[in-house]
Design a protein around this ligand. Structure first.
Ligand SMILES: [Zn+2]
Length: 292
């Protein structure tokens, strides 16, 4: 059965206030709460603090502790709403937008955005079959030639299995030696690699003994009749860049990796937006959310 579309209205019905969010967090983190002192299993919400107290009053359970909400004095329901908004957006949510939607300061909105982004990280996926690999330069216009890449550009390298998952990572340069570790760990033997004419890929394909075909972008060749092209991953790059320009405007190279993971995560979970919100909530109390 198709799950119902998540609307803002549904969200507010499910999570109307801080207590509901805290109870949700309690059951996610302590499915069978038990008092360490008396062994009791009955806990009551503390009237003023963000914790639950054993019926005999001996111990407290703090559901927020250790999570991305841990040291925040911002209402939990605002955090949940930020997670909802960020899970339902195709282009990401700017700090400015969060500031307005949550009614918090810009500084607070910025911090919340980055904390939620921490939940959007995946390990690299194993890829198999038709793989497009490509790299792109993001950002720039920094003065001088310091830092990595030409004129302050940051290089993002990606590998994408057609109709499957993709991995993206920030790399120092596009030398074969730099890219090989990303590819040999993630691309299964027997896959076919498709790239543009960059020499590194030829070298990598030879070293990893992979079937390899190229399109020569320099000669305005974008697709071959045999199906070789890199248009899928280039579509991902343009989506990423559009979102970075249109939503976030300025991104420091230091922060870029978080946005790249976010967009990789969006792409890899592109089938279900409803699922995304639940997935993020479940991660609050998983290893990722607890920073383990
Ligand atoms: Zn007790």
């Amino acid at each position: 059965m198709k799950s119902p579309r998540l609307t803002i209205l549904n969200f507010h019905k499910t999570f109307p206030d801080n207590d509901t969010c805290l109870r949700f967090l309690l059951s996610a983190r302590f499915p069978r709460p038990k008092c360490k002192t008396c062994g009791g299993t009955k806990f009551y919400k503390h009237p003023t603090r963000a914790c639950f107290t054993c019926a005999k009053g001996c111990t407290h359970l703090w559901p927020k502790e250790g999570t991305i909400f841990g040291h925040s004095s911002t209402d939990l329901v605002k955090w949940f709403f930020a997670i909802f908004l960020m899970s339902q957006s195709r282009n990401g949510v700017a700090a400015k937008e969060l500031e307005r939607a949550l009614g918090v300061t810009y500084k607070c909105a910025f911090r919340i955005g980055h904390q939620v982004r921490k939940l959007m990280k995946d390990n690299a996926f194993a890829l198999f079959g038709e793989i497009e690999a490509d790299e792109t330069a993001v950002g720039g216009k920094r003065k001088g030639k310091r830092g990595r890449g030409a004129e302050g550009k940051t290089i993002v390298f990606g590998q994408l299995q057609r109709k499957g998952m993709m991995n993206a990572a920030i790399v120092e340069n596009v030398k074969a030696a730099t890219l090989i570790p990303h590819m040999q760990d993630n691309i299964a033997k027997g896959s076919k690699l498709m790239t543009d004419e960059l020499k590194s890929y030829k070298k990598i394909a030879r070293l990893l003994e992979m079937e390899h075909d190229t399109v020569v972008h320099g000669a305005k060749q974008y697709a071959k009749e045999n199906g070789t092209h890199t248009n899928t991953i280039e579509g991902f790059w343009s989506q990423l860049k559009r979102s970075l320009d249109g939503t976030h405007h300025i991104i420091s190279p230091k922060m870029l990796h978080a946005y790249v993971s976010e967009f990789q995560w969006r792409y890899n979970n592109r089938q279900s937006m409803t699922h995304l919100f639940e997935l993020l909530l479940s991660r609050v109390s998983s290893r990722q959310g607890l920073g383990a």
